[in-house]
Design a protein around this ligand. Structure first.
Ligand SMILES: [Zn+2]
Ligand SMILES: [Zn+2]
Length: 182
């Protein structure tokens, strides 16, 4: 009985102090830390298979068209979604985007008249929306689902409709679907 009470006391003591790590545990922790730091400095070649992506500011945005579940069914035999025959027309043509902007206004019940010419910011917004409508072919994405537009597509849209001084902070590639459709 006396032994048992000593055990209990030791048990209590053990729980009151953080147990020291064994060498094995330390090594495991170091390996895990190294793996996560490697993920942070993931190079473009490691995540882009299409050859058209560019480095993005956050890990979440490092998505290639060939690694996107949303895009893969639409790739057909192309090496990048940008080579799909409708891509330039649907995503980058200013007349198509101008009409899509009017449809977006009507969908949102906005009053008034669309601008004669969209600003580059408006063009980018509509182009992202076009892409997100086009890829799932009308299948519901689910409310609140965040969609990451592949880097190669973001690059094209920004190249066609650039922002002064390259400031794209107001609109990231990882978008809450509700921002575009509500
Ligand atoms: Zn890519
Ligand atoms: Zn691509």
């Amino acid at each position: 009985m006396e032994n048992e009470s000593i055990q209990n006391q030791l048990g209590l003591v053990a729980h009151n102090f953080e147990p020291e790590l064994t060498v094995q545990e330390l090594e495991d922790r170091n390996r895990a830390a190294l793996a996560s730091s490697e993920a942070v400095v993931q190079t473009l070649e490691e995540w882009c298979e299409c050859g058209n992506c560019q480095e993005m500011p956050s890990l979440e945005e490092n998505v290639c068209c060939k690694g996107s579940d949303l895009v893969i069914p639409n790739l057909e035999d192309h090496n990048c979604i940008a080579l799909q025959h409708s891509y330039d027309t649907l995503i980058l043509n200013p007349d198509v985007l101008a009409l899509a902007y009017i449809q977006m206004m009507m969908h949102k019940g906005q009053q008034g008249r669309a601008p004669e010419e969209l600003s580059n910011r408006q063009s980018r917004l509509v182009a992202y929306r076009q892409f997100i409508c086009w890829m799932p072919k009308g299948e519901k994405l689910g409310k609140g689902r965040r969609v990451v537009i592949p880097s190669c597509v973001v690059k094209d849209i920004r190249h066609s409709f650039p922002e002064n001084n390259n400031d794209y902070t107001g609109f990231q590639a990882a978008i809450d679907v509700r921002e575009l459709f509500c």
